[in-house]
Write a protein that binds this ligand. Structure first.
Ligand code: GLA
Length: 683
């Protein structure tokens, strides 16, 4: 039995710069599940897709049971027909490999492929994605399907893109079966070489956890007490790597039969944290993401913009594809609000403004059966005589008018650092405050920048950061030596930085870096934090300046930094809350913030630092208005103004309004709830 990691090279980090995906204009598309419909409906679908302007359709996403019989033979009759219909209709195909969910005949024959969760119990078929990422049996069966599909459609003219599986790891990323445990050991042996190396990395001197043989190591199943945090962190890395390796296995087969670009749909979103996409990005021919507004969050739209900026960061600034979002309600949150009139247009165009070259939806026609029958779609249950359908057609027209934007890149001089290991480690068991969530910190920083009218890339901390004028580092808990150096060199080359509390605390093994926090940046910031004093979630803090704060205070010693603000109350009363070490010799200023500022105060701070960094805010941008620019290689720029509010916003622009198709010269108003997209006249 060949387990994952036995015969492959370690995973590289970094992002692919040039996507190989070449659609004409901005793609407008959807998932299409013709398995659920009759041939007559297919014909109606083609006509309506054309009417709406749909030009990229993902099929065969859940196709396995449709195309393969229990005896192993394939029957492509219906898929052939759908491919031909789309082709005749001039609609490009985003072809799924079909392996996302194994058919019941396979799981009945091979129950050993079923995933096992942390309490040691099995998860059964009847839903979707019921397979263990490390299972060689599942892999062999799935790769047979990939081979057959790739061979049949690999050079079909209508196929524009390959869609590997679907949302890898959405449900099954963490498997604890015996096969996964064996694969975990292979992964660990490769990482640490010797059992002593592993013992040192995991700090197993603690609680008598010392291992004497690889076979003693298990996946971190549920325990009576809390678990070894270094083991948990490595298990998360392993789980992400196992699925990436699975992706590679599918992609390798496709590549033998097809020269078309290959990708899979990421889930850069607040409720899925299983995959470290920074390690996946360079394997994708183009980065694709699925995104749904999450109404469980305090600020769903702030998260949408953040996610789009992070996806762009994964793409190295290149355009990316929005592979799925929704026209209205989803079906998987406790309460699933519909979108208000005009909201779909705004939400979609936020993604495009922030770098998406495709705006696709789940799904084409609302299902009549199955778990997702109450999920919105381009074509609702009520049919075409609906406001939703009219908005879909309107969106299709607007996207059609944006073709010239395709291929351009977002203009961003600021960066927010983000890493999945920091997310995993901050939100783990036994932290100083379970009220401090990593994403909350990152979202707050991003929101402060957005409200200040500053567009930021959200990027991996190990990336070369030189060139950014402002770098915000919110609660970056895990900092490798390489990441520590990247920030230092960027500040030395002139970037201003703002680092916030709980950053730079541990190394990649979750081992504390001693001597006063944040050890790797003590000199850079000129501060030394000697004790954390988190506050209860509902306790308000005040700073000497009058600024409001919450969640966290700490005892900071300003060793070589100016004290800009102090805690006026709370456990660190009188101590520094905000410091600044002025850059010398061309270096940027290094700010340290020891608490979580309230929204308006955070925005004011960020505006102040941005101004010192020489960043001009986008005119008109604010709490309800997003303003983002994209720029082509030839210097053409487009300004997107998305007004989520009810009041009009006035801007000055000279150029062409792409939505209205008219020229604009001077002051213009973007009414509340609408979007303005302008090609700017060059000076
Ligand atoms: C994900 C999946 C789709 C569908 C949607 C529903 O994005 O990829 O198959 O389940 O969620 O929101």
């Amino acid at each position: 039995m060949t387990l994952p990691f036995m015969d492959t090279a370690p995973h590289p980090r970094g992002a692919r710069i040039a996507p190989r995906f070449a659609h004409e204009g901005i793609a407008f598309g959807c998932d299409y599940n013709p398995e659920q419909w009759s041939r007559e409906t297919w014909r109606e679908d083609m006509a309506l897709m054309r009417e709406a302007g749909v030009d990229l359709v993902a099929i065969n996403i859940f196709g396995w049971a449709e195309i393969q019989r229990p005896d192993g033979s394939f029957d492509f009759t219906r898929l052939d027909e759908v491919v031909a219909l789309l082709h005749e209709s001039g609609i490009r195909i985003n072809l799924g490999t079909g392996t996302s969910s194994p058919p019941p005949w396979l799981t009945t024959r091979h129950p050993e492929i079923l995933p096992v969760v942390a309490d040691g119990t099995t998860r059964y078929p009847g839903g979707r994605q019921a397979w263990c990422p490390s299972s060689p049996v599942f892999r062999a069966a799935a790769l047979e399907v990939v081979e057959a599909v790739a061979q049949r459609y690999g050079d079909h003219d209508a196929v524009e893109l390959w869609h590997v599986s679907n949302e890898l790891g959405c449900h099954n990323v963490h498997c604890h079966c015996d096969v996964s445990a064996a694969a975990f050991r292979v992964w660990l042996e490769r990482r640490y070489g010797t059992i002593d190396g592993l013992n040192a990395a995991w700090g197993t001197a603690f609680w008598s956890q010392r291992y004497t043989d690889w076979n003693e190591i298990l996946t971190p199943r549920l325990t009576l007490s809390t678990r070894n945090p270094s083991q948990l962190l490595d298990y998360r890395r392993f789980s992400s790597d196992a699925l990436l390796e699975y992706y590679r296995a599918e992609a390798a087969i496709i590549r033998r039969h097809s020269a078309k670009p290959i990708t899979t749909n990421f889930m850069v979103t607040a409720h899925i944290d299983g995959m470290d996409y920074a390690t996946w990005a360079s394997d994708m021919d183009v980065i694709a993401n699925d995104h749904y507004l999450d109404h469980r969050l305090p600020d769903p739209h702030g998260e949408l913009s953040f996610a789009a900026d992070l996806v762009r960061g994964l793409a190295g600034g290149a355009p990316w594809l929005l592979m799925e979002h929704s026209t209205g309600a989803v079906n998987w949150q406790p309460v699933n609000p519909a979108k208000a009139p005009g909201q779909m247009m705004r939400d979609t165009l936020v993604h495009v403004a922030r770098g998406a070259d495709a705006a696709c939806f789940f799904q084409w026609r609302a299902s009549l059966q199955g778990s997702e029958k109450y999920h919105s779609a381009l074509l609702p249950h009520a049919g075409t005589d609906t406001a939703q359908w009219r908005e879909v057609r309107e969106l299709g027209t607007v996207i059609g008018a944006l073709g010239e934007v395709q291929g351009s890149r977002v203009v961003a001089d600021a960066a927010v650092l983000f890493s999945w290991p920091s997310w995993w480690a901050t939100d783990a068991e036994n932290s100083p405050s379970s009220a401090v969530g990593y994403l909350d910190q990152v979202h707050a920083a991003h929101r402060a920048l957005r409200d200040a009218g500053i567009t930021a890339d959200v990027v991996d901390p190990e990336r070369d950061l030189r060139g950014y004028r402002l770098i915000v580092v919110p609660g970056l808990h895990v900092v490798t030596d390489a990441a520590a150096e990247r920030l230092r060199e960027a500040v030395a080359s002139g970037a201003h930085t703002l680092v916030t509390f709980f950053s730079g605390i541990v190394d990649e093994h979750d081992r504390v870096r001693p001597g006063g926090y944040p050890a790797p940046w003590r000199e850079l910031l000129g501060v030394r934090v000697v004790e954390f004093t988190p506050t209860l979630p509902d306790a308000a803090l005040t700073l000497a300046s009058g600024a409001g704060a919450r969640l966290w205070a700490e005892r900071v010693v300003a060793v070589d930094a100016e004290i800009v603000d102090r805690f006026a109350d709370g456990p660190a009363r009188g101590l520094p809350a905000l410091t600044r070490r002025a850059g010398e010799g061309g270096a940027g200023d290094a700010w340290y913030l020891a608490t979580l500022l309230d929204g308006g105060d955070y925005t004011r701070l960020v505006s102040r630092i941005a101004e010192a960094a020489g960043l001009a805010p986008e005119a008109g941008a604010g709490r309800d208005v997003e303003v983002v620019r994209r720029k082509a290689d030839d210097g053409t720029t487009w300004r997107f103004v998305i007004n989520h509010g009810t009041e009009g916003v006035d801007i000055v622009v000279r150029g062409t309004d792409l939505v209205a198709g008219v020229s604009v010269d001077g002051a213009t108003t973007i009414p509340g709830g609408t979007v303005g997209i302008f090609r700017e006249e060059r000076a």
